[in-house]
Design a protein around this ligand. Structure first.
Ligand SMILES: *[C@@H]1O[C@H](CO)[C@@H](O)[C@H](O)[C@H]1NC(C)=O
Ligand SMILES: *[C@@H]1O[C@H](CO)[C@@H](O)[C@H](O)[C@H]1NC(C)=O
Ligand SMILES: *[C@@H]1O[C@H](CO)[C@@H](O)[C@H](O)[C@H]1NC(C)=O
Ligand SMILES: *[C@@H]1O[C@H](CO)[C@@H](O)[C@H](O)[C@H]1NC(C)=O
Ligand SMILES: *[C@@H]1O[C@H](CO)[C@@H](O)[C@H](O)[C@H]1NC(C)=O
Ligand SMILES: *[C@@H]1O[C@H](CO)[C@@H](O)[C@H](O)[C@H]1NC(C)=O
Ligand SMILES: *[C@@H]1O[C@H](CO)[C@@H](O)[C@H](O)[C@H]1NC(C)=O
Length: 684
């Protein structure tokens, strides 16, 4: 799962100080707000601790490097920096931030500038059932001036080549399509499918676009940052001139709203487009939307045309996430779900073949952001799966299809399931010979995920088409699963260990899932017999049978989580005693900020805490959800929400600080409890 730590980021994260001032944060101040989070390469954020100084703080790519993206407004001739102006021009003032909110699709900031109030709405649609809308690699920024006195108002915004990943050598161009103005910025001389050291795509282009609103007139300009902004600050309009690209130069738009006392809004589209988006086994995949909107210009025009409709859907979708969270475990839980959603879907891309543009051949790819960049890691899909079970079971199929196709090819010869499709997103070119092997882990995962898809969607297509592979993996589990040989599990920080309890639990639940998937009760019976050995006969517990252990011996306890699918699917593999005993045990080993992953370490993972929260009841469940909420809201973190954190002060970190991971799509695990209330609840 993760081979390399992302150590430097955590150090950066620990030295920022909260300056919340008079800002109202609702529902809470999270570690980082998603601004434009739609793909692994369109992933712009603002740390919660920078929101009070939003006018002078840069957006950041998920890795923490700055992205230049500014908004400046003039009110009766005075220019106010609203957002992202780290080096203010002369003769500008800073707006005052008064409120910040987030929902599952919007991050919204209210600022005052002179006599008027502005709302910046950063809207990243999450539309899992509308593949065109979901696959468009763009995000909206709408700047609204609310009703007020009658003042002359102009709104300016720009970006620079930081969005291309190569600030030393890029180029830009401008085009129009009807009323829409479109800037594109590209890194020069970069190889297709290559990234910079922060994980930004070097191929493709960054996109910034807008069109006049009913009440605005639009002007444009590109050139050196200070002079383009000065032109706006002094005149309220831009020159229409395009300079040659320069390092630090910007492409800018200005909307002149005239003298207005009423509410008025302008919308920008920001994006990152790669025509050849994924290399799947040597053939290019492209975004699903290209079947309908083949050129970037037509895609951007459509995206802006689609705003009202996408906005309406987002209102319904936000409402659904809020009620799903609240009804299953109160508003603390809905706060957690709402922040998780964009991070999950923003780690995934929906594609079709670049040559045929055949929309009946859809695939999905997920990036193991920050932990190692692997593509379609099977255990990452496993960690994420509760959100798909709840909202879009089809994604389980779309993510597994490339895995099954690869495993069925001559290139793959193992008798157990593969760990991932390649070491470096977007190159799904096959599992490298020296890549991680997790035989029991991934064989169990493939079966469990296929069953989750079938149970949530009612569709048998995946299990029918790949019945031979599923049978092979079930037989592998049957032959090897009760006493797993020394090997890695997804908790690869443990290293290679034999007889890992959590792996045997996965094998037992995997066999029972296979039995349910194929109507062969003997597999289900075997799963139950193994569970009885592991729990009732104490193979994987302490002598008194009060807790699971890391291995079958006298090792420390482990937060075993692989029986979560047992509960979700209602298989009754493990006896009630196991659930009751662990519910009693975990509160006794809670650290300062939560329950660690095992009895030998000081950190925990929100994924597995969330799985276990769904398997226990009573005080233990309260504890897991409330600890997760305090971790979300404790003000100690600034990275896009990390699923790993210190539960005790350790290694120079405080309890409640994140531990190197960031922005991983695995936050789909947070839906584990909500998934118990029903599958496939989003029907738009
Ligand atoms: C993907 O493969 C291409 C071609 O071999 C290479 O240029 C590129 O750097 C690779 N991308 C990553 C992220 O490793
Ligand atoms: C303001 O606009 C006028 C008219 O277009 C132009 O002549 C002048 O140079 C502009 N001023 C600045 C500072 O760009
Ligand atoms: C992808 O499709 C575009 C448009 O047809 C084409 O120009 C490009 O060469 C294709 N790329 C690959 C790698 O086939
Ligand atoms: C696994 O556990 C069994 C039962 O305790 C034991 O016989 C076996 O030697 C263990 N395997 C390894 C590789 O330690
Ligand atoms: C279950 O029964 C089938 C059909 O008789 C058999 O092929 C398979 O090996 C059995 N599997 C297990 C785990 O008992
Ligand atoms: C498990 O706990 C529940 C709730 O406290 C209780 O009703 C049930 O009898 C317990 N089951 C066992 C087997 O201990
Ligand atoms: C919600 O979470 C907070 C920590 O952020 C905790 O103090 C509070 O008790 C929780 N509320 C409920 C109802 O569990």
């Amino acid at each position: 799962m993760f081979a390399h730590a992302w150590g430097t980021i955590a150090l950066l994260a620990s030295c920022l100080v909260s300056t919340s001032g008079a800002v109202t944060y609702s529902p809470v101040k999270p570690p980082s707000y998603p601004l434009a989070v739609r793909s692994p390469y369109l992933s712009a954020w603002i740390p919660g601790n920078l929101v009070a100084s939003l006018p002078n703080s840069n957006a950041q790519f998920w890795a923490g490097n700055n992205l230049v993206w500014s908004v400046i407004a003039r009110v009766d001739g005075i220019a106010y920096n609203l957002f992202g102006v780290a080096s203010p021009n002369d003769n500008t003032e800073s707006a005052t931030v008064t409120a910040a909110t987030y929902t599952s699709t919007h991050s919204t900031f209210t600022v005052t500038a002179g006599s008027r109030e502005f709302i910046l709405d950063f809207f990243s649609p999450v539309s899992p059932k509308n593949y065109v809308r979901q696959s468009l690699p763009f995000s909206y920024l709408t700047v609204t001036v609310t009703a007020g006195d009658s003042a002359a108002v102009q709104i300016y915004s720009d970006i620079d080549s930081s969005w291309t990943g190569q600030t030393s050598d890029s180029s830009w161009s401008y085009s129009t399509s009807a009323e829409t103005g479109l800037f594109q910025i590209e890194a020069n001389g970069a190889a297709t499918y290559s990234q910079n050291s922060n994980g930004q795509a070097l191929w493709g282009s960054a996109v910034y676009a807008t069109r006049p609103s009913d009440s605005s007139s639009l002007s444009i300009q590109s050139g050196p940052r200070v002079s383009v902004r000065d032109r706006f600050i002094i005149n309220g309009t831009l020159s229409g001139n395009h300079a040659d690209w320069t390092s630090g130069g910007v492409v800018g738009f200005a909307h002149d709203l005239g003298t207005t006392a009423s509410k008025s809004a302008v919308t920008f589209a920001i994006g990152h487009v790669r025509e050849e988006s994924i290399n799947f086994l040597g053939a290019a995949q492209t975004g699903y939307y290209r079947a309908s909107y083949e050129s970037t210009a037509s895609a951007v025009v459509h995206f802006l045309d689609d705003y009202a409709s996408a906005y309406r859907e987002s209102t319904d979708f936000d409402g659904l996430i809020d009620s799903a969270g609240t009804s299953s475990y109160g508003s603390n839980y809905s706060d957690i779900l709402a922040l998780s959603v964009r991070q999950v879907y923003g780690g995934i891309e929906l594609t079709i073949p670049n040559d045929s543009l055949d929309t009946s051949d859809v695939k999905a790819f997920i990036k193991e952001i920050s932990s190692d960049g692997n593509i379609n890691t099977v255990d990452v899909i496993y960690a994420t799966f509760p959100i798909f079970y709840s909202l879009s079971p089809e994604y389980l199929k779309l993510l597994l299809l490339p895995v099954f196709e690869y495993q069925g090819s001559d290139a793959y010869t193992k008798d157990y399931a593969v760990h991932e499709l390649g070491a470096n997103y977007p190159n799904a070119t096959g599992h490298p010979a020296d890549g991680e092997e997790m035989p029991i882990e991934e064989s169990g995962n493939i079966i469990i995920l296929t069953y989750a898809y079938q149970k949530a969607s009612g569709n048998t297509d995946l299990s029918n088409t790949y019945s031979a592979q599923l049978k092979q993996f079930a037989e592998y589990l049957y032959a090897n699963g009760l006493y797993p040989a020394s090997q890695l599990s997804l908790n690869d920080a443990l290293g290679e260990l034999a007889n890992q309890t959590n792996l045997a639990v996965k094998a037992a639940v995997g066999l029972a899932s296979y039995g349910a998937l194929t109507d062969q009760t003997n597999y289900t019976t075997t799963g139950k017999e193994w569970a009885d050995k592991i729990w009732t006969d104490h193979l994987g517990t302490d002598g008194a049978g009060t807790r699971f252990l890391i291995q079958y011996d006298t090792t420390p306890w482990f937060l075993v989580f692989n029986h979560y699918p047992d509960v979700l699917f209602g298989l009754k593999v493990f006896p009630d005693e196991a659930y009751n005993a662990t519910a009693d045990f975990y509160p006794t080993v809670r650290g300062t900020a939560g329950v660690p992953l095992d009895g030998a370490i000081n950190w925990g993972q929100t994924n597995w805490q969330s799985f276990v929260a769904a398997t226990v009841t009573g005080d233990a469940r309260n504890l897991f959800i409330s600890d997760l909420h305090s971790y979300l809201a404790n003000g100690l973190n600034t990275a896009p929400w990390s699923d790993r954190y210190w539960v005790e002060a350790s290694n120079g970190y405080s309890a409640g600080q994140s531990y190197s991971f960031r922005a991983r799509p695995t936050l789909g695990s947070h839906f584990a409890l909500a998934a118990l209330s029903g599958a496939d609840i989003w029907s738009s």
